[in-house]
Design a protein around this ligand. Structure first.
Ligand SMILES: O=C(O)CCC(=O)C(=O)O
Ligand SMILES: [Fe+2]
Length: 298
């Protein structure tokens, strides 16, 4: 199985686009500056250590996750705005559509939002995650014909090897239809040095690999850039305080967006787990901390 293409950090953004269009994923070597890599490690590693491990097979029973990264480190700015990530993400996410508004034929395009931020640390003994597409949460249709909902990045904060769980990717799987089942035998591990990054499309099948080492931790900082049409139009989270939302029946609370739904959009991190935000509105939120699993699907 042929691995993903590797580009250097001075490659033109068009090379990233070409590789993503062909393979669905690409490795950019030395993506992070040494200062940013050191800063991310300094800010995130001690916090990750304090997180509880996952409570389902997808999140990983020997995996620690830390979300809300912009609350914990300013070094995420370099990841989100890197020209080899943001530029190609615009190419895939901001495709325009021709629409009628009255007599006017308008060209409308989505712009970009940060959809998820998460550091992920696989401990020795963590098995491979199920192969999945990260745009599953959007119930995106495949093939996408180039119109993606998400462009994801996983920056290596430690070296990634085939043995310590370097992300498994199935090159070319972004072109598959929704009927085709991914097989582990089709996946290749991402091998890269700390500071390098794996960029892939939301439609590409991938998974955290198995960490079969005796003592190595595989640590990553991941971020997703999403098309801005995948969200509520009115910003309910700023329009109503959580105290106001709490006065409504649960059905309205969920309709206002305080729900992660069955496709698990809108989770919030509590105690290291990705949980349904409805728990934050309950006076007794202890049930969350006792282990209401998130069951995240992407
Ligand atoms: O940890 C990894 O390498 C990938 C994790 C992942 O794909 C996910 O949690 O959605
Ligand atoms: Fe994923």
């Amino acid at each position: 199985m042929v691995g993903l293409c590797r580009l250097s950090c001075d490659a033109p953004a068009s090379d990233v686009v070409t590789a993503l269009e062909r393979d669905g994923g690409v490795i950019v070597e030395a993506f992070l500056s040494t200062t940013t890599l050191a800063g991310l490690r300094r800010d995130l590693l001690p916090l990750l250590e304090r997180q509880s491990t996952g409570r389902d097979g997808f999140a990983g029973f020997k995996t620690r996750r830390l979300s809300a990264l912009f609350a914990h480190t300013r070094h995420c700015v370099e990841i989100a705005t890197h020209p080899l990530y943001l530029g190609p993400a615009e190419h895939f996410l901001c495709r325009s559509r021709e629409v009628w508004v009255g007599n006017d034929r308008l060209s409308l395009a989505a712009d970009i939002r940060i959809g998820v931020t998460q550091a992920i640390q696989l401990a020795p003994g963590q098995g491979a995650q199920p192969l999945h597409r990260d745009d599953t949460a959007f119930l995106w249709r495949h093939p996408t014909e180039g119109r993606e909902g998400r462009v994801q990045i996983i920056c290596a904060l430690s070296d990634f090897t085939a043995e310590n769980g370097g992300t498994l990717v199935i090159p070319g799987s972004h072109l598959w239809d929704d009927a085709r089942k991914p097989e582990l035998s089709e996946a290749v591990p991402t091998v890269m040095k700390a500071g390098s990054a794996l960029i892939f499309l939301g439609s590409t099948f991938h998974a955290g690999g198995a960490n079969t080492t005796a003592s190595e931790y595989r640590t990553a900082a991941g971020l997703a850039l999403d098309a801005s049409n995948v969200r509520q139009e009115e910003n309910m989270y700023l329009s109503l305080s959580s105290e106001q939302v709490a006065t409504y029946p649960e059905q309205i609370q969920r309709l206002l967006g305080w729900s992660a739904g069955t496709n698990h959009m809108g989770w919030v991190e509590i105690d290291g787990q990705m949980v349904d935000p409805i728990h934050l509105l309950r006076s007794d939120s202890s049930s969350v901390l006792k282990g209401v699993g998130a069951g995240r699907h992407t």
